[in-house]
Design a protein around this ligand. Sequence first.
Ligand code: APR
Length: 247
Amino acid sequence: MDEMVKMAVDDLGNAVNVAALTGAGISVESGIPPFRGKGGLWEKIDPMEFAHIDTFMRDPVKVWNVLLKDMKEIISKAKPNAAHLGLVKLEKMNKLKTIITQNVDGLHQMAGNTDVIEFHGNFAWQKCMKCGNRLETCKVDLSLIPPKCQCGGIFRPDCVFFGEMIPPDYLERSQKAAERCDVMLVIGTSAVVHPASCMPVIAKENGAKIIEINPERTPLTGRVSDYLVRGNAGEIMSNILSGMGTK
Ligand code: APR
């Protein structure tokens, strides 16, 4: 067994309260491209232009056409992969208590995890900007862009755009999860977007071991994280779980 996988097996075996911070990388093997790095969405479009609330308010047609239409298409087809399923097994073993995810794809809940904090909201629902009515994204008619509510207001995803605040309740619950865990798994995040990237720092300051799973190094590597298990999340999680005696 790979030395790093073995360390993770031992640390998770001894842990009683595991938290996970996940990012776009955990969903790559489900067919959802990441934001940064090779093949990343932000290589093609500028997030500060297309994922900023000011742009959406100024030009919702542009943001729906360039970003949100494709997101709806890609997310609607995605299914949980071995990494998501591995986190469900860790929860069933009574190890994993909370997932803090930056993803808006809903795959952790679809896989079966029960305590998932969707730090950046979720794409499963749209909200009318005029009357506040909510509609499931799969039921939103995209034949006219931007999609509109019966009241004539424009729909926006229930996600946190750049320039918007993280809902205070999510932030508080995430901080608490980070404070009380004894191991934090940091899976598939470039750890460059605040305040999500602060959660491993909070966990570390409170004595937790930080295990990163990522094919690449991140700003946490060698500084905040105790070690990096290098590779794709699905394969690494499967290896860890089988090392823990779970198939
Ligand atoms: N398994 C694990 N990690 C992977 C895989 C994989 N198969 N493929 C890529 N990665 C890693 C990359 O090396 C990178 O470190 O996943 C990370 C993806 O980073 P980002 O695309 O920056 O995703 P994330 O950290 O979730 O971004 C944070 O930025 O634009 C925003 O709101 C968006 O929530 C998002 C936030």
